[in-house]
Structures are given as structure tokens and as C-alpha cells.
Design a protein around this ligand. Sequence first.
Ligand SMILES: *Cc1c(COP(=O)(O)O)cnc(C)c1O
Length: 367
Amino acid sequence: MSVPPAQRPHVRPAIEELSPYRPVESPRDLAERLGMPLDQIVKLDSNENPYGCSLRVQEALSEFDRYHYYPDAQARRTRERIATYAGVCAGKVIVSNGSDEMIDLILLTTLEPGDEVILPTPTFGVYRARTELFGGRAVEVPRTESFDLDIDAMLAAVTDRTRLIVVTNPNNPTGNLATTQQIVRLLNTGVLVAVDEAYFEFCGKTIMPLTGEFDNLIVLRTFSKWAGLAGLRLGYGVFPKHVGEQVWKVKPPFNVNVAALIAAEASLDDVDYLYATIERIRAERGRLLRQLRRQDLLTPYPSQANFLLCHVDRGDAHDIHLRLADRGVMVRGYGDPLLRDYLRISVGRPEDTSRLVTALQNIGARV
Ligand SMILES: *Cc1c(COP(=O)(O)O)cnc(C)c1O
């Protein structure tokens, strides 16, 4: 019997069951609420490069005069430049609208309903959310007390429904690294392993050379964090041939816009400048860690990335998060029960650290 048109659902029941999108206050809205100029907001919530992108990006974008044409669907030139930078062959590189989109493409290519993705938690929340959206099952394997991978537990979680194992390295939000030996143990299962190296440039450690050895290794990277292109959206993946060929079929033809392609190439023309900003961020990471250790509100964990996960020792994490925002300092808080007592703070410029530390002293005197 057919359902009368008026009673047909407009959206998939599986979507209705998802928790609603929770918008976060934008820096602009916060500035307005506080009556502060936008450039006085200290944005330490999204691991962006506080020094901005390369000036060559601005120049190349303003000089370009072919925005009315579609981008090169193969992104051939950009992929060749990325391949040289990453030390792989261009045929293995696929570009995406941020690495967020690459995560979707990988899941769309690999998952049937009910298939499993192994995620060592806590980790980047997008993996679980998108796995579930696509009908897969996120199999969360807790990390050890020091946030290291529990390799034995991960291996024990592999079933005949396992399609993917994801390791974010360094891990977001904990900032620590897995070793190559640990990742090799996962690769030896034969299951597809995706290593997300969104923060590679802040530590210099990469699994990339093993893409030549293992036909079940995918490496994901992004220009968002190190190159300061979060707003322009360019991610890339290095794939084994038989997987990459299938991802090409799934990928929308013009997924990456012309501006993002130009910006990525201009960034690769200016790697020395960008690496100099990374050096400043790494130096500031140490300074921020020491300053936070000197007060008694937060305990920061050491990090190989451009952020510090901090345990909240006194008071309530959510409350401190809000009070920092009221002082124009944005940090990352979590709804996830595993991370209820933590805040993640991106490493900014020395002046950002000063604003943060002053605000924390202010708040600490009252909790
Ligand atoms: C920020 C981040 C991303 C997303 O990067 P985009 O390229 O901006 O989409 C992916 N993975 C991890 C672990 C991240 O922290």
C-alpha cells in the first residue's frame, strides 16, 4: 500500500536521529557581544596558524584573472607540486575541499552499512560522526592513560566487518605521537589504515615513506593548519593505487575551487617562510606549556602539534571556557564525556599567550 504524499517523510529517519548541529559563537559575534574590535579576539580554539598565510597567496589570488572558468578537475599541477613536497608520485595524490572532505570520500568508498571503523579515542570527532552518518559503526578503542595507542586492544577489535583503522598522528586533541612500529603492527593486519597527519609540519614525523611499501596505507594531510589556509580549504590524501582509483569515481569533479589550488601552490613557493612561522609556534608551545604549569588551574600535556590539551584541575572546564570567552579568549571545550574535564588551547603568538595567561589568573582568583 502506498503512503499518501502528505505523510511521506522529507528526510531520512537516520538523519532525524542524529544530534542537532550546535553552532558555536563566531569571533565576529563574540567581538560584537563584548564590544571589542575583532582583532582583539584571541582565537585559540581551532589550531589555525596565527601568523596567517603566505603573502604570496594574497598576491597570486589577486593577480589571477580566470575565476570564471571551472578548475582543472584533475588538479594536475597542484598535485604534482604536492607530490614533490610530500616525496611521493603525483598519481597517488588526490586533493579535496579540506581534509574533512577527504574523510567523507574515504568512508563513502569503503563502507557498506554495518561495516566497522576502529577509532582510538579520544580523537578527532569527525571520524565517528561521519562513519555513523554513512551507516557504519564506529568501534572506539580507548587509548591508555597516557593517551598512547592500545595496539593489542585495537588488534583484538578487528573483525571481518572492519574496513578501516584511523590513527590521527600527532593525535588531536591529545597532541602525542604513535610510533612507526605501532602503525606497522596495524598495517600488518591487512586492513586499510588511514593515518591523518594534519599536524605533520609541527613535528616533522611522518609515515609517508611507508606508502611505497604497504598497499593498505592512506596518508591524509591538509594546508589548513601549517600553511594558514583553513579558510580556503585544501586537503590531500596519498593513496594506494587500487583505492585511489575508486576514490576518483566517488569524488565530485570540481570539489576543490580554483582559489584553493592557487593558494596551495603559492604556499609551496614559500615553504621557507611558512616553516619560519612554524618554528615560532614551536618555540611558543614550550613557553605556553611552562607558563600554564606555573599556575594551578590547568595541567597541560606535552604536545607535538600546535595545541596543548589541558586538564582542568580546579573548577569546571565548561565554566572556564565561557569565562575565557567573556574575556575575548577563545579555546576549545568538549561535550564528549571522555574530555569533560579538558580544554584544548591552540598555540598562538607571544601576545596571545599573555592575554590567555592574564585571563586565567583573573579567573583562577575566583574559582
Ligand atoms: C583540523 C583537522 C582536520 C581538518 O582539516 P581541514 O583540512 O581543515 O578539513 C582533519 N584532521 C584532523 C586531525 C584535524 O585536526
